[in-house]
Design a protein around this ligand. Structure first.
Ligand code: PXL
Length: 272
């Protein structure tokens, strides 16, 4: 199976392609990359980061791939640097997705109720259009609110409404990081159209890149041949294990999840 991961390279901070590559490769599938931007660090908490926009290079890369006639079995998009890049990614499905291939969109835009640096309401509208092309969308609770026009925070009561509204965009919405009374949950609609969820104890600490670890593990599992439900379960367990470990081991959360130490146990469960 051949996966294309469309995401930025944050040189420091363990997110985006720096987590997609090792995690998807560990699932035993080829991971090709389309880098959207090159940053000295991610934008979540570091001051003065550098940012090289790669939109022009994306056009050159796609022109070459078109000549090669490349097709991918899975296209997974994450952090996109501007509206133009969202438009370019909207063209990927028709040109580069194999017949029966799957398109997974992680609409990376914000967390904790607010948009990340550099994103606007116009970007949200464009991202909604991209989601309409996807087979699976993986918003966190904040992104789910922006996409579904529901107030943040998501509660147990309006999560169903969020899933319902997101389902109008894509057949299988998966909302991560929904805080409830019994813990933190991922709520999703499975391939049969049934609502499902998995819950973990409330885990301390916000780590930039947790969503990328979840999305990468989800894509890696799907590409390895699991069902959607199994992919969500394995990705959720993996992310929770990474956060549990990192809450103890990573003193400065900006440097991201210690996912490396959890890759082996995760892959063992995937191959069990
Ligand atoms: O993990 C999400 C993410 C990805 N890429 C960049 C980011 C962030 C979150 O802040 O800044 C560049």
């Amino acid at each position: 199976m051949r996966v294309l991961a469309v995401n930025d390279i944050s040189c420091v901070g363990r997110c985006s392609l720096a987590s997609a590559l090792p995690i998807i490769s560990a699932c035993g599938v080829e991971c090709n990359v389309l880098p959207t931007a090159l940053l000295s660090t991610h934008t979540g908490g570091f001051e003065g980061y550098s940012f090289l926009d790669l939109t022009k290079e994306i056009r050159a890369i796609l022109a070459h791939w078109k000549k090669l006639g490349l097709k991918f079995d899975f296209i997974y998009s994450g952090y996109l640097g501007n509206i133009e890049q969202v438009e370019l990614v909207m063209g990927l499905k028709e040109e580069f997705l194999a017949t029966d291939g799957k398109f997974i969109v992680d609409p990376v835009m914000g967390d904790d109720g607010t948009l990340y640096n550099g994103f606007s309401q116009a970007f949200v509208e464009k991202m909604r259009k991209l989601c309409e092309q996807a087979d699976y969308i993986l918003p966190n609770a904040t992104e789910a609110c922006f996409l579904s026009q529901l107030p943040y925070p998501l509660t147990e009561a309006n999560t169903d409404e969020a899933l319902h509204r997101l389902r109008a965009l894509a057949p299988c919405p998966i909302i991560t990081g929904v805080k409830g009374e019994t813990g933190i949950s991922v709520h999703f609609i499975d391939e049969q159209g049934k609502k499902r969820s998995f819950t973990h104890e409330n885990l301390e600490g916000f780590f930039c890149g947790a969503g990328d670890a979840f999305a990468s593990a989800f894509v890696g599992c799907l590409a390895n041949g699991t069902t959607e439900t199994e992919a969500v379960r394995l990705a959720d367990d993996f992310t929770a294990a990474c956060i549990r470990r990192s809450a103890k081991e990573v003193p400065d959360k900006r440097f991201g999840l210690n996912f490396e130490a959890e890759i082996f146990p995760f892959v063992k469960k995937l191959n069990a």
